[in-house]
Design a protein around this ligand. Structure first.
Ligand SMILES: *Cc1c(COP(=O)(O)O)cnc(C)c1O
Length: 403
């Protein structure tokens, strides 16, 4: 006979939806602490009267990279505020763990060092990547060696010392997409890293498609307000342990204040991404039929980024926007536009840049939360701005000084 208990699910409780995790993950202990907002712990060090106990804990960390039990020892090792952000991001990406860093580039650096320290110095990467990621790999600054290939060439490019395959999808700045599942299959036992900065876990969870490592420039959508720099790697606990050891030794830690702001940013991530994506999709549709636009790039997965190639002078569009801010970076509540060949991808060799689709007429726009008609009106006036109105290379007179 059915009892009430036997009718309840006997296994783990139903997993919570992303929107619910976004506001609750990393905060599970707050009610018991008698708190509502997460506390910020700015301590760089922590008192301990038991140095034998500390020695044991440090030994454990040095050999395993596991999170410390008990209070932190020193802020380069561990911080409870940034740990909340890590817990929450891991939940959103559906991974065991996440490890945070001072920036997206610090996060990529730690991944490369972690693999290189295991003797796996060869990286396979698909262009385009964010300009500085391309540069870090291409210049071999960390002693790694890169083979650039398209997705079809990955299996063939794998060597015994290959430690990582790196892709961005949608890619910065062309919004080109790869089939993560197919690509993960070609990687065999080599871990696939997907830079998920543009899609965010709201639109795409790469681990569900076979990626092993997910990287974010948290500076962008996760923070979401253009006021915090950070990076984070979501992965299994085994690799996270390695990353914590690298982070401890190299020091690229996320500041606790940044950890607080990023946790706060996550709580509105699903709402922000969905609202901005709806506007971006609408703008991409309008741009696609505009005679001044040669080509529009908008990803199948959706998102709040739109890139487009103009027939006219792209620099003129940048100098003519009024509501939209002409600035690099992305993922903020306000709309930003920039010219990748001049700024975000300037550091990439011109030939490589052109070959990966980052042409001189390409503009990249990060759509924010403004009213879509106001954005369209600004774009329209900027696209039809006559050349006489501004002097090339100078800021228009109508702008306040310092802009
Ligand atoms: C900005 C960006 C990075 C680098 O992140 P920072 O936080 O600026 O160091 C890496 N990947 C992508 C896709 C980016 O847009």
């Amino acid at each position: 006979m059915d009892t009430e208990a036997s009718m309840r699910p006997s296994t783990t409780p139903r997993s919570r939806a992303l929107a619910t995790e976004a506001v609750h993950a990393g905060r599970d202990d707050l009610a018991a602490l008698g708190l509502h907002a997460p506390p910020i712990d700015l301590s760089t060090t922590y008192p301990s009267y038991d140095s034998r106990g500390e020695a044991e804990r440090i030994d454990t960390f040095a050999t395993t990279g596991a999170k410390l039990d008990g209070p932190p020892v020193y802020a380069r090792l561990d911080n409870p505020t940034t740990a909340r952000f890590e817990t929450a991001l891991a939940r959103l990406e559906g991974t065991e763990s996440a490890v945070s860093f001072a920036s997206g580039m610090a996060a990529l650096t730690a991944v490369l060092l972690a693999r290189a320290s295991m003797g796996l110095r060869h990286v396979i990467a698909v262009r385009p990547l964010y300009g500085c990621s391309d540069h870090l790999l291409g210049a071999g600054l960390l002693g790694t060696e890169v083979t650039w290939t398209d997705p079809a060439g990955i299996a063939e490019a794998i060597r015994p010392d290959t430690g990582l395959v790196v892709v961005e999808t949608p890619a910065n700045p062309t919004l080109a997409e790869v089939d993560i599942r197919a690509l993960a299959h070609s990687c065999g036992s080599v871990p696939l890293l997907v830079d998920n900065t543009f899609a965010t876990p709201v639109l795409q969870r790469p681990v569900e498609h076979g990626a092993r490592i997910v990287l974010h420039s948290a500076t962008k959508y996760l923070g979401g307000h253009g006021d915090v720099m950070g990076g984070v790697v979501a992965c299994d606990e085994e690799f996270a342990a390695r990353l914590r050891q690298v982070r401890f030794a190299t020091g690229g830690v996320l500041h606790p204040m940044a950890g607080y702001l990023l946790l706060r940013g996550l709580s509105t991530l699903p709402v922000r991404v969905r609202a901005a994506s709806a506007s971006a999709a609408e703008l991409s549709r309008r741009l696609a039929t505009d005679p001044r636009i040669a080509r529009v790039h908008y990803p199948a997965v959706g998102g709040a980024m739109v890139s487009f190639e103009v027939y006219g002078d792209p620099h003129r569009v940048i100098s003519a926007v009024r509501l939209i801010t002409p600035a690099v970076s992305l993922g903020s509540v306000d709309t930003l536009i920039q010219h990748p060949a001049s700024i975000s991808h300037r550091i990439v060799d011109e030939g490589d840049r052109q070959a990966s689709g980052v042409g001189d007429r390409l503009l990249r726009m990060s759509v924010g939360l403004e009213d879509v008609e106001d954005l369209w009106a600004d774009l329209c006036q900027a696209l039809s701005d006559p050349p006489a109105r501004t002097t090339a290379g100078s800021v228009p007179e109508s702008l306040p000084a310092g802009r």
